[in-house]
Design a binder for this molecule. Structure first.
Ligand code: ZN
Length: 198
């Protein structure tokens, strides 16, 4: 039964396709948007378009940035010999907020998941291996402690070991199945300090 106009339905559908937005929230948001002044909606739509057009991957660590090389990779004070591998930019931000990690990052943009059909070639793993050709002393694997995160950690450690670069895994201070971005800074720091060699 079509209760709303086609345009409203389309808007609800788009919103419901966003993560964490259920059918009810999508409806509420759709009506909220329709009731906003036209200028606000235009600004909102343009902000989305501009972000999409201008945000790209850092050429070095693959985090999302406005520039060719992100501010962290550009920072001379960062220790380029220590690379922390994370699943996404949100996890990078979580560690960055602790202010205690002075190395650089590598963002995989996902984790290996045979169940979802995501293999090693679907994440930025080749790119990580290329970075190891420079002078790198340690790779800290900070993927989530989910099944996918652990699978990815094991895979990466097997890949890196023959190169002689030290591989460590953040400690289990991070709860099993926990998403890094939701974990408080103290726990993140403890996990980093208690990392173990693989
Ligand atoms: Zn970067």
């Amino acid at each position: 039964m079509d209760l709303y106009s086609g345009y409203i339905n389309k808007l609800i559908e788009e919103l419901a396709g966003l993560p964490g937005i259920g059918a009810k929230s999508a409806q509420r948001l759709a009506f909220h948007i329709i009731n906003l002044p036209k200028e606000r909606v235009e600004r909102f739509a343009n902000t989305m378009l501009e972000a999409k057009r201008n945000v790209r991957y850092c050429k070095c660590c693959f985090t999302l940035t406005d520039q060719e090389i992100c501010p962290i990779c550009l920072n001379e004070k960062r220790d380029r010999k220590t690379i922390m591998v994370v699943e996404n930019t949100r996890d990078l931000t979580a560690y960055e907020k602790t202010g205690k990690f002075d190395g650089v990052y590598h963002v995989l943009h996902g984790a290996i998941s045979p169940m979802l059909g995501i293999g090693p070639n679907d994440i930025k793993l080749k790119e990580l291996m290329q970075r190891l050709q420079e002078d790198v002393e340690e790779v800290i694997i900070a993927t989530n402690s989910s099944l996918e995160g652990e699978t990815t950690a094991m895979y990466i450690s097997k890949l890196i070991k023959p190169t002689g670069v030290k591989v460590t895994r953040i400690a289990s201070g991070v709860p099993v199945g926990g998403d890094l971005e939701y974990i408080d800074e103290v726990t993140l720091l403890r996990a980093l300090e208690g990392r173990v060699e693989l």
